[in-house]
Design a protein around this ligand. Structure first.
Ligand SMILES: Cc1cc2nc3c(=O)[nH]c(=O)nc-3n(C[C@H](O)[C@H](O)[C@H](O)COP(=O)(O)OP(=O)(O)OC[C@H]3O[C@@H](n4cnc5c(N)ncnc54)[C@H](O)[C@@H]3O)c2cc1C
Length: 411
């Protein structure tokens, strides 16, 4: 297909499908491309469904930089960064370290994107006629053990400092969690302004269906490359070349090679996470629960509970590490959930740039090449707001949030 007006959206995860809908509803001719069916092949399939309006601070911090070894998988933690991998990632780690010392400044860049995320979700689920996909019941953070009250107090203070509202949980609210985990002491906070999605895959499918209903087309295509062709773009695959007027790259962790021919360097690292599920599992709360010491989040989803964890720094295509879901199951059981020791698990790659800011912008040069990548641990959260920004960019309107900090030319 070649089309004067066509914008190709490459990648049908949460970001790509939300963007395809935002563009199609403005009357643009959208061609949504993915090597697989929408939502199934990337991180958007298996995430925790948490609309993390509280995560206004990027992850790199001096505390993590100097204390990360305490979190390592081999010492029982959830962060897996083997020395050989760290060596391979030395340039990325240097950038991460530099960002750790710019956390205040980077929070000023990230927060404007994160704070309106629940409102943007509410707008989009309303627009596509699927309000039931979003539950606005907040989320809970819980710590167990003797030090938990002090830890939760520190977390409440930190959240207040960055403008996030929390409420302490009462002894009565904590009792079932304590019984479940067999813990003498527990403390917890309710984050009333966050939200969750009852089924992340269903949300992506709903965005894609709404885009198609607004005139977009979907085609399964493994995009091998993108080339400038004057002010147009050629999409290279194992099928006949496609020439399009403009393109949006949102191929998650695999986006970098598509952007390189346009002079853009996207140092994306796969930070993999795992999930396990408990069919028909009973939840302690009607919202996600973050166990802060265990680094596990348990989310009630339609017909099941999903537990996610881990930050595994590795190659996107490396085989899954069976020890991780097995340990996750043991942890979730110890927390009081009726979790079988064996069962299906999933691994997926968070697309992470070293400063934990996303890449949203337009490539330099005559070709109309846009990108929306690097949404790290909060791509589900940021999908609707990113889609609105992409629609602004493509329409050459002043974006509703300044985008300079997300320009990939910072690398
Ligand atoms: C365990 C885990 C838990 C998480 N929990 C949360 C959470 O609770 N809340 C939250 O906000 N975020 C969460 N995230 C992060 C979130 O899932 C990601 O940030 C988000 O899904 C990224 O979306 P994306 O559309 O950019 O990428 P993806 O979902 O990875 O989609 C990219 C798409 O591009 C396609 N593609 C790639 N290359 C090509 C190509 N060459 N040709 C054609 N198609 C291509 C892929 O097939 C894929 O469909 C979590 C992630 C993980 C791993």
């Amino acid at each position: 297909m070649s089309g004067q007006e066509t914008i190709a959206v490459i990648g049908a995860g949460a970001i790509g499908t939300a963007a395809a809908f935002a563009l199609a509803r403005e009357g643009r001719q959208v061609l949504l491309l993915d090597r697989d069916e929408p939502g199934v092949a990337g991180a958007s399939f298996g995430n925790a469904g948490h609309i993390a309006q509280e995560l206004v601070q990027p992850l790199p911090s001096p505390g993590l930089l100097f204390g990360f070894y305490r979190e390592l998988f081999r010492f029982g933690g959830t962060l897996d960064l083997p020395p050989r991998q760290a060596l391979r990632m030395s340039a990325w780690i240097r950038r991460f370290a530099a960002a750790a010392f710019r956390r205040g400044e980077n929070t000023r860049h990230l927060a404007p994107l994160v704070r309106p995320s629940v409102a943007a979700w509410a707008r989009v689920v309303e627009a596509i006629g699927r309000p039931e996909l979003l539950r606005r019941h907040g989320h809970y953070e819980i710590a167990l053990g003797p030090r938990s009250p002090a830890r939760m107090k520190a977390q409440a203070d930190e959240m207040a400092r960055v403008g996030v509202r929390t409420l302490p949980l009462s002894a009565e609210q904590l009792l079932p969690v304590q019984r479940g985990a067999n813990a003498a002491v527990a403390a917890g906070l309710w984050f009333e302004d966050s939200a969750n999605v009852i089924d992340p895959l269903e949300a992506v499918r709903a965005f894609a269906a709404a885009a198609l209903q607004s005139g977009a087309k979907f085609r399964r295509l493994d995009v091998k490359g993108l080339r400038p062709r004057g002010d147009k773009l050629e999409i290279v695959s194992d099928q006949a070349p496609l020439v399009v007027d403009s393109a949006l790259v949102c191929a998650g962790v695999r986006s970098a090679p598509l952007l390189a021919p346009f002079g853009l360097h996207a140092p994306l690292q796969a930070v993999r996470g795992y999930h396990i599920e408990i069919p028909q599992g009973a939840a302690f709360f009607d919202a996600p629960v973050v166990y802060t010491e265990e680094r596990v989040i348990v989310t009630p989803m339609s017909g099941r509970l999903r537990a996610t964890s881990y930050m595994e720094f590795t190659d996107v295509d490396a085989p899954a590490d069976a020890r991780k879901p097995a340990r996750l199951r043991r942890t979730v059981r110890a927390l009081g959930y009726a979790c079988e020791p064996d069962g299906v698990s999933w691994v997926g790659s968070r697309p992470v740039l070293p400063d934990y800011l996303p890449g949203i912008g337009r490539a330099p040069g005559p070709a109309k090449l846009f990108y929306a990548i690097g949404h790290q641990h909060i791509g589900l959260t940021l999908a609707p707001i990113t889609a609105e920004l992409v629609a602004d960019l493509v329409a050459m309107r002043t974006p509703r949030i300044p985008l300079a900090a997300y320009d990939l030319q910072r690398f």
